[in-house]
Design a protein. Structure first.
Length: 154
């Protein structure tokens, strides 16, 4: 019996991207600056700044607050993005109020911006009076936030 082998060679270019494609990829970046508003809340968040620290400005009808560095808590969540949280108020023997915002991964063109829609959550943390009581301790208010994301070089 005769045995026949066929060899097929396929030439694959070493770098199939065109110069234009490479240039386009170099001109996009991960957003690091977000300006968001909704439900009477306005938030400006930057994951870095001139001194390398994150910054967050929070405004609602009652307060205007600014946070930096360790006053801002972040948690990377693979299915969500980054959750950024700050403490808005602490009341002795009563509890505290915090605000969290979901920061999605956003790719923006150099020098440009992209629209963003996300959620902000105000949480009231209740402390028990006297002995520990059963029941829910956190109460949430969720608000839709819309705005823009861009990349700022510091």
């Amino acid at each position: 019996m005769w045995e026949m082998s066929i060899i097929i060679a396929i030439a694959i270019p070493e770098n199939p991207m065109s110069d234009e494609t490479r240039a386009a990829q170099l001109s996009i970046q991960q957003a690091n600056n977000f300006s968001l508003s909704g439900g009477g809340i306005h938030v400006d968040y930057s994951s870095t700044s001139i001194n390398g620290q994150a910054r967050l400005a929070y405004h609602d009808p009652v307060r205007n607050l600014s946070f930096a560095g360790s006053d801002i808590r972040t948690a990377e969540v693979p299915d969500i993005g980054t959750i950024v949280s700050v403490t808005l108020a602490i009341t002795v023997d009563v509890g505290s109020t915090s605000f969290s915002v979901f920061i999605p991964h956003v790719i923006v063109p150099s020098g440009g911006s992209n629209p963003v829609t996300t959620e902000g959550i105000t949480t009231i943390h209740r402390l028990p009076f006297g002995p520990t009581l059963q029941g829910q301790r956190e109460v949430y208010r969720v608000v839709r936030l819309r705005g823009v994301a861009n990349h700022v070089d510091f």
